[in-house]
Design a protein around this ligand. Structure first.
Ligand code: SAH
Length: 218
């Protein structure tokens, strides 16, 4: 069962989590505000209420995880979001990251390859307030060509290499944030599509994500 009550205790724990993430180096106040606002415990079974406000990744079923809050904040900060930007997210998972993006005013198109996780989000009432998030069941390697091009692409699973179709769906001047690497550890990369179509590559810290897999799963 999902919890629906956001108590003062939860708000206090969330403030502590937000302060911890700030202390780890996140400086974008809008990102920190979103972390401080969103009841992360709603995204986990009520049995794991206490875990929701530790800065850790946590299993959400189907062998998948809700990303660590610091990682969510880190990727979001790198995206340099502004209201109304069109964002493609690969790997909806718990939908926590999608809600953080929506809180920053972006229009979100998010894809999940696992049907069970996609279906669970359809039944998650809290998400109904977020009309700017559109949910898709599909293979993120394909992107969403009919909805693109996008101002931003965010990949929240470990990509063995940079998916070409996602680069194609990026607007000139757009950015993609993606953890790249085939092993246990990936490098966070930010690729900016320059007006002449060439790519600027920047490399940031190392992270550990679940793998980005091809095809859909029933
Ligand atoms: N953004 C999520 C993180 C979930 S973990 C959150 O905030 O909770 C990564 C997710 O990516 C998993 O749910 C996994 O099933 C999904 N995934 C992996 N490969 C994918 C692909 N090719 N297309 C779409 N989703 C994919």
């Amino acid at each position: 069962m999902r919890p629906t009550d956001d108590s003062y205790r939860h708000k206090g724990l969330r403030k502590k989590l937000t302060d911890g993430i700030r202390a780890k180096g996140i400086t974008d106040e809008k990102v920190l505000e979103a972390i401080n606002k969103i009841p992360r415990h709603f995204f986990l079974d009520s049995a794991f209420d206490e875990k929701a406000y530790e800065d850790i990744a946590f299993p959400i079923g189907e062998g998948q995880t809700i990303s660590q809050p610091y990682t969510v904040a880190y990727q979001t900060q790198l995206l340099e979001l502004k209201p109304f930007l069109k964002v493609l997210e690969i790997g909806t998972g718990s939908a926590y990251q999608a809600v953080v993006l929506a809180e920053l005013g972006a229009q979100i198109y998010t894809i999940e390859r696992q049907k069970k996780l996609f279906e669970a989000n359809k039944k998650f009432d809290f998400l109904k307030d977020y009309r700017t998030i559109k949910f898709f069941y599909g293979d993120g390697y394909e992107g969403l060509p009919t909805y693109g091009p996008f101002d931003r692409v965010l990949v929240t699973a470990a990509a063995p290499n940079i998916p070409e179709k996602l680069i194609q769906q990026l607007k000139p001047g757009g950015m993609m944030v993606i953890p790249v690497g085939a092993g246990d550890v990936q490098q966070m990369m930010r690729l900016t599509k320059l007006p002449n179509g060439s790519l600027k590559e920047e490399v940031f810290e190392n992270f550990s994500f679940v793998p980005m897999l091809g095809g859909k799963k029933d």
